[in-house]
Design a protein around this ligand. Structure first.
Ligand SMILES: [Zn+2]
Length: 258
């Protein structure tokens, strides 16, 4: 039975029967995979607290001869990202990012850039290099870019007037078209989200700069909240359903901001 080993981030785990666990990883070599960890529930020693959410591990799996899930044979801890799990708000953001990967990615299809993206942002969240909300804005824009779904802020989606030439301080974004609309074109849009000019400029700036530079951007409070709210709606629209973890994250955030 062929064995394989790979770096892997733990996205999801659930108990299976009395003894086992079913675990979904985002791996470097095989993309998203779901494996069975036998006796992981019963024998704590077997994987000794290593199978924690968001942990970066090196895993070794064995594929069964016939059909069925690969079996997790061994796991060694590379980076626990324990600063995330000890903090409710960070856990909520990481859960949302992990669920996005889980619902969006096709199983067993290598996704090296998605793996690097999640690893990078879990590390940044763990270390607190930026605020959690700022990180989530940048994460979602990168996730959408890698998925080929980037929102288009450069020009009116209908009449093609460039964003710099648009009048007013409020723009409209049409989710179905994936782009902004000028004032004239927005009147005929069925559903459009209002975005201030400042927010559009900040999102556009993040899209056109590399990660290191994007991390130095100082968000204004209003643009941060507006941008975050917009991106979460945009992602849900394109992914096709609202991740459960997003509902939890939004509830938690509204309590915190009140
Ligand atoms: Zn227009």
């Amino acid at each position: 039975m062929p064995k394989f080993s790979t770096p892997a981030i733990l996205l999801r785990r659930s108990v299976y029967g009395d003894y086992d666990m079913i675990i979904t990883f985002l791996t470097l070599s095989s993309g998203k995979i779901t494996v069975i960890a036998k006796n992981a529930k019963k024998s704590r020693r077997r994987f000794a607290g290593r199978l924690e959410l968001f942990a970066l591990l090196n895993i070794e799996c064995q594929r069964p001869r016939g059909q069925g899930m690969p079996v997790l044979v061994a796991a060694s801890l590379e980076e626990p990202f324990s600063g995330i799990r000890g903090h409710v708000m960070k856990t909520a953001y990481a859960s949302y990012w992990a669920e996005l990967m889980n619902v969006w990615l096709e199983a067993e299809k290598p996704q090296i850039r998605m793996f690097s993206l999640l690893r990078y942002f879990l590390d940044a969240l763990d270390k607190g290099v930026l605020g959690n909300a700022e990180l989530s804005v940048i994460f979602q824009l990168r996730f959408l870019h890698l998925s080929g779904l980037s929102p288009d802020f450069s020009e009116c989606r209908r009449c093609r007037v460039p964003v710099d030439a648009m009048d007013g301080d409020v723009f409209f974004f049409e989710l179905a078209k994936g782009g902004i609309l000028c004032k004239g074109c927005s009147s005929s849009a069925l559903s459009a989200i209002k975005l201030s000019k400042g927010t559009v400029k900040q999102l556009l700036w993040i899209q056109s700069n590399d990660l290191k530079k994007a991390e130095r951007l100082k968000f204004s409070r209003s643009s941060l909240i507006e941008g975050l709210d917009f991106l979460e709606k945009f992602v849900v629209f394109h992914v096709g359903r609202a991740p459960k973890s997003l509902r939890f994250l939004r509830t938690l955030r509204s309590e915190k901001y009140q």
